[in-house]
Write a protein that binds this ligand. Structure first.
Ligand code: SAM
Length: 283
């Protein structure tokens, strides 16, 4: 029996039994594997790191999309950086937005996700509101002059092609793509095992946003407890938005979710003490 062994950490790792291997290939940018596991369903890994599974992807995608979009309340233009599996796009397109640009570096990830993880994108790659750009997200935010109400960075970890998406240059350039009062949300690792990622993101994003903080949610196959998401905006009122307002927007939207609700939205900004301590050390 073959097992996938994650290689993100030195002394600890998680293993998933490969019950059926669908695809394995070294693309121009990374080592891509898609397989089936009896408990997790289809699983996608890149460079030895779990990216997404059918069993728990809803938690990650719903929290990275609905928190900034329901807080903003009237977003029309959204930018997704990365997100090749299509789960982020699926959730964004549930909102009455007019346009979404997705900038993904690796065409093969998009193609293999459409073929072997069809429930992630659920046909979203055919939506007429989508502008799919196959390019490095850093180049796009630096060179384009588009403006977006919400920017979501759904990147790999800060290794390989994803490293540049955790740089100060990326945050500075992405901020220039953000329309007035807009919100940026980024995946920011699992602080229990990756506290440096929390500290460095704080230090690198702080010069560019009036309001910078983190919110979190547990994603079972991201080993180590809570996943952290960075939140950056110049609109300092959005983070603490009134719960009744959120409940009204959520009810009116008719959007079905399996993790996200207005209560967990508000609660997700309450960080455990070890994250607060890590951030205090960054100051
Ligand atoms: N949820 C996952 C996580 O938290 O680790 C991320 C999932 S998503 C599949 C990550 C995507 O980022 C991949 O499709 C990868 O190709 C893309 N990516 C990595 N570096 C990139 C870059 N510099 N520009 C655009 N996309 C990038």
């Amino acid at each position: 029996m073959k097992y996938f062994k994650e290689t993100l950490y030195d002394s600890i790792c998680q293993e998933f039994r490969i019950d059926k291997l669908y695809f394995e290939h070294k693309t121009d940018f990374q080592h891509l594997i898609v397989f089936h596991n009896a408990q997790l369903g289809r699983v996608m890994t890149l460079d030895g790191v779990v990216q997404t599974t059918e069993a728990d992807e809803f938690i990650y995608h719903e929290m990275m999309v609905h928190v900034p979009l329901f807080a903003h309340g009237s977003a029309k233009r959204v930018l997704i950086i990365g997100g090749g599996d299509g789960g982020m796009l699926r959730e964004v397109l549930k909102h009455p937005i007019e346009h979404v640009t997705q900038v993904e570096i690796d065409q093969t990830v998009v193609d293999m996700a459409k073929e072997y993880l069809p429930n992630h994108s659920a046909g979203s790659y055919d939506d007429p509101r989508l502008n799919l750009v196959i390019a490095d997200g850093m180049d796009y935010v630096r060179e384009s002059n588009g403006q977006f109400d919400v920017i979501i960075s759904d990147s790999t970890d800060p290794i390989g092609p994803g490293e540049i998406l955790f740089s100060e240059n990326f945050y500075a350039a992405a901020k220039r793509r953000l329309s007035e009062g807009g919100v940026m949300a980024t995946q920011n690792g699992v602080p229990f095992f990756q506290p440096d990622e929390l500290r460095t993101t704080w230090q690198r994003m702080a010069p560019y946003f009036e309001d910078l903080c983190f919110y979190c949610a547990p994603v079972p196959t991201y080993y180590g407890g809570f996943m952290a998401f960075a939140w950056g905006s110049d609109n300092t009122c959005l983070r603490g938005i009134n719960l009744q307002v959120l409940q009204g927007r959520f009810a009116e939207s008719g959007i079905a979710t399996r993790y996200y609700n207005p209560g967990i939205h508000s609660a997700s900004f309450a960080l455990p003490q070890y994250m607060v301590d890590a951030l205090n050390e960054a100051n």
